[in-house]
Ligand binder design. Structure first.
Ligand code: AVJ
Length: 318
């Protein structure tokens, strides 16, 4: 068994409360950072989203990754170590691990304790010879990675188009920080969702079964559970729209009535129809993303798309 004890840099209740108070104090547009969507239930609801007919990104990226994994493995070389940001259920990384020649370590970084524990335990049972290092952390804030010794290359792995959850300027700052953390010559394999028809995009974020709605509304239920708040979740509705000018899908929670909500002793007013902006999901063309990566100091080594041009994977090098 080579499963390390998790490196615990879990965000505190205080960090959560500060984000919620600040985000709901903004008079023009209330916001909540999307990272707080991923508590134990939120991570499971997200897993359910990935199985929906309308949610094309996961199955498209997974199939593409399966196709190109041998090519990646050739470039990464023997004894590479994978550092994955937002490891989630750990489905995609298996495709990489299977293709790589004797990978030396797998560092899994995730904000959800349960998702991280379950995924790394399951993987440790399958791959008894692989060093696995779980890191419980919010990677949008400064966090420490374990020292990565050994001779192989470092291969950062950031799938799912999670980079799209950052605004472009923040994405560049994050990619710059990641390049410094992964070190000289490191590779980064990153999934980026492509721009496409409004209908396809809006359906992917507002499925008929209401799973995405539950995922979004769970944020309010979580605030009630963890921050002694009294949101009446029934008085909010899920909304997602494609913002063409910004090139992003936006998720909102709409207050269907005028109401007051108290969160750890502080009251917040909502007008009927007022929204909380809970997530952005930016979509990028291939060149557009390569330019962004370049301004963060990364060289574009290769880019692949599926046959229907729904999704892309980029290989970058520091
Ligand atoms: C995989 C985290 C990037 O933005 O598509 C899915 C999250 N939100 N449905 C995305 C999400 C609503 C997802 N990420």
């Amino acid at each position: 068994m080579k499963l390390n004890q998790a490196i615990d840099q879990a965000p505190s209740r205080d960090a959560f409360l500060t984000d919620v108070w600040n985000g709901l104090s903004c008079p023009q547009q209330k916001t909540l950072p999307c990272k707080w969507l991923y508590d134990a239930l939120g991570s499971r609801l997200f897993d359910a989203i990935t199985a929906l007919d309308e949610y094309y990104p996961t199955r498209t990226e997974t199939a593409l990754l399966g196709d190109i994994a041998p090519e990646i493995a050739k470039i990464a070389g023997v004894h590479a170590r994978i550092v994955e940001l937002g490891s989630g259920a750990g489905v995609k990384v298996r495709l990489l691990l299977d293709a790589l020649e004797r990978p030396s370590a797998y560092v899994a970084v995730d904000i959800s304790e349960t998702a991280l524990r379950d995924a790394t335990r399951a993987l440790a049972n399958e791959r008894t010879d692989l060093r696995i290092v779980p890191v419980l952390a919010d990677y949008t804030r400064p966090f420490a990675l374990p020292s990565l010794e050994g001779w192989g290359n470092t291969l950062g792995f950031f799938p799912g188009s999670t980079i799209g959850n950052f605004a472009p300027a923040q994405a560049i700052a994050f990619l710059t920080q990641l390049r410094r953390q992964l070190g000289n010559n490191a590779f980064l394999l990153i999934g980026v969702d492509l721009k496409k028809d409004r209908d396809v995009l809006e359906r992917a974020y507002d499925d008929v079964l209401g799973v995405t709605a539950a995922f979004n509304l769970n944020l309010l239920a979580r605030i009630n559970r963890e921050l002694s708040a009294d949101f009446d979740v029934r008085q909010f509705a899920h909304k997602s729209i494609w913002n063409e000018a910004q090139g992003r899908i936006e998720m909102h929670l709409v207050s269907t009535v005028a109401q007051t909500v108290t969160i750890d002793g502080r009251a917040f007013e909502f007008r009927a129809g007022e929204t909380i902006h809970t997530e952005n999901s930016y979509k990028y063309g291939i060149d557009q993303f390569q330019r962004m990566a370049a301004s963060a100091g990364w060289q574009a080594r290769a880019a692949w798309t599926d046959g229907a041009d729904l999704f892309s994977l980029h290989l970058l090098q520091a």
